[in-house]
Design a binder for this molecule. Structure first.
Ligand SMILES: *Cc1c(COP(=O)(O)O)cnc(C)c1O
Length: 454
């Protein structure tokens, strides 16, 4: 019998997240205060985040951090997730490569994002904060946090990028169904929002701008924290449950990945898969392992951005971090992969790229959907537009194996389903889906506005 799925018993679900900071050959650059441009203090960060998350953010000593029981309990409503072998895709490609994928689309919200949303809602509740604000693009993060808020009794307010709010109502409705409040961003609820609306009443919004609004509200209210769905260290930490599970499942499958591929928007889902593996590369145990980050050609932070200190949000209200950036004021073209439309990238990913441990490639959206369709017609899953990007690269690598005759093991980090993105599939199938040119001018303009840091 050929096994196509590897389950992990609930009793074997990992009880700890993996903290890469303890194994980095060089420490991460500091996070800076947006006003003083000095390293941030605990007090500054605590206006936004729970103390436990800040401790995780700066923890460089503990390799493993225990997952609180209450968080494990919620994880067990869908975890461990299954590891699949893509036999049908392998056959269609006629490749000797062994293709595995770990699928994060089976939970209530349909993506990897609840892995951190649940932890953040729990830590806020545990520290007496019963209300959080956040931003969302296409709505995946907003719906994950709304779900987590419902589980822990935390009130959630979501600033949703205006263009998605208008064009993609279903995730907004899901957010409201789970009990959170949603407003389109720019909104009249904040000072930056009102200023923007006065200047530009039809402003379509951006993720960076919605972050600014969510931060402004959290800073202005004692009872409210801010919650971020990607980019920062503690979010990547919470996602490592994915890779920790996969390590156990690959042992069961008697396999070890030669290549790991994933898509990067802010970097959290892919880091959650590859960080638990990269320790073997850093320690020299598996030096030739390739880790390939895939981003959209229209928002290519790592492949075309500069490595510099920049604001995480559009208005310069949040912390300054060192990352590959296209400039905090950059508004990416409206590609369907809403989760990949962010100007920067997780500092941990940028640092590992700078140190030469990981590589990055950019893919246009038509090629991504082409791969997504092939995956749907072989493996059955209709993938989110974001993971379609890495499917394209995984398929290319499998085809290279066909040419060379090598039987490499490829592991795909699959971040979620595309059931709310069928409009994009419709565009592809009817030949209306277009690619956007690399927005050189807009990026050059945004890069001229980087903060001056000594
Ligand atoms: C949000 C999202 C992404 C991108 O975010 P990362 O932090 O880079 O993981 C990718 N895939 C899906 C399905 C998402 O919802």
């Amino acid at each position: 019998m050929k096994r196509a799925m590897w389950f992990l018993d609930q009793r074997e679900m990992p009880t700890h997240w993996y903290n890469i900071q303890a194994d980095l050959p060089e420490p991460l650059p500091p996070t800076l205060n947006p006003v003083t441009k000095e390293p941030v203090t605990l007090e500054f960060m605590n206006v936004l985040f729970p103390i436990e998350c800040i401790k995780q953010e700066i923890n460089t000593t503990d390799r493993f951090i225990e997952i609180p029981d209450e968080v494990q309990e919620v994880y067990r409503t869908w975890r461990p997730t299954v590891l699949h072998r893509a036999y049908r895709l392998e056959k269609a490609l006629d490749t000797p490569a062994k293709i595995f994928y770990k699928y994060e689309g089976t939970n209530q919200a349909g993506s990897h994002k609840p892995n951190t949303a649940v932890a953040q809602a729990y830590y806020n509740k545990a520290e007496g904060v019963r209300r959080v604000t956040t931003e969302t693009g296409a709505g995946q993060w907003g719906s994950a946090l709304a779900l987590a808020g419902a589980f822990f009794g935390v009130e959630v307010k979501v600033y949703m990028v205006r263009i998605s709010y208008d064009q993609k109502p279903y995730r907004r409705i899901a957010i409201e169904t789970w009990g959170a409040k949603v407003v389109p961003s720019p909104s009249p609820d904040t000072k930056v929002g009102r200023e923007m609306l006065a200047k530009w009443p039809d402003c379509p919004g951006s993720l960076g701008f919605a972050i600014s609004e969510a931060i402004e509200e959290a800073v202005g209210r004692d009872d409210t924290h801010y919650s971020l769905g990607s980019v920062v260290n503690h979010v990547l930490l919470h996602q490592t449950i994915i890779g920790e599970e996969t390590r156990k499942q690959m042992v069961m499958a008697d396999a070890y990945p030669d290549i790991i591929v994933g898509c990067i928007g802010g970097g959290s889902n892919f880091a959650g898969q590859f960080l638990p593996w990269i320790r073997d590369k850093i320690s020299g145990k598996k030096k030739d392992m390739r880790i390939i980050c895939v981003e959209p050609e229209s928002c290519p932070s790592v492949t075309k951005g500069v490595y510099a200190f920049d604001y995480g949000d559009a208005c310069g209200m949040g912390p300054i971090i060192k990352m590959y950036t296209l400039g905090h004021g950059f508004i990416p073209p409206p590609v369907h992969a809403g989760g990949l439309r962010y100007h920067g990238m997780a500092p941990i990913i940028c640092h590992l790229h700078k140190l030469g441990f990981i590589e990055a490639v950019a893919v246009p959206q038509t090629k991504a959907f082409e791969a997504g369709i092939q995956f749907a017609r072989t493996e059955g899953i209709i993938s989110g537009p974001e993971p379609c990007h890495n499917l394209k690269v995984a398929i290319d690598e499998a085809l290279k194996c066909k040419e060379s005759g090598e039987s490499k093991t490829i592991l795909i980090a699959h971040s979620g389903h595309g059931h709310f993105d069928l409009g994009a599939y419709d565009e592809y199938l009817s030949g209306r889906l277009q690619d956007y040119e690399y927005p050189r001018e807009a990026i050059e303009k945004a890069l001229a506005e980087l903060p001056k840091v000594e």
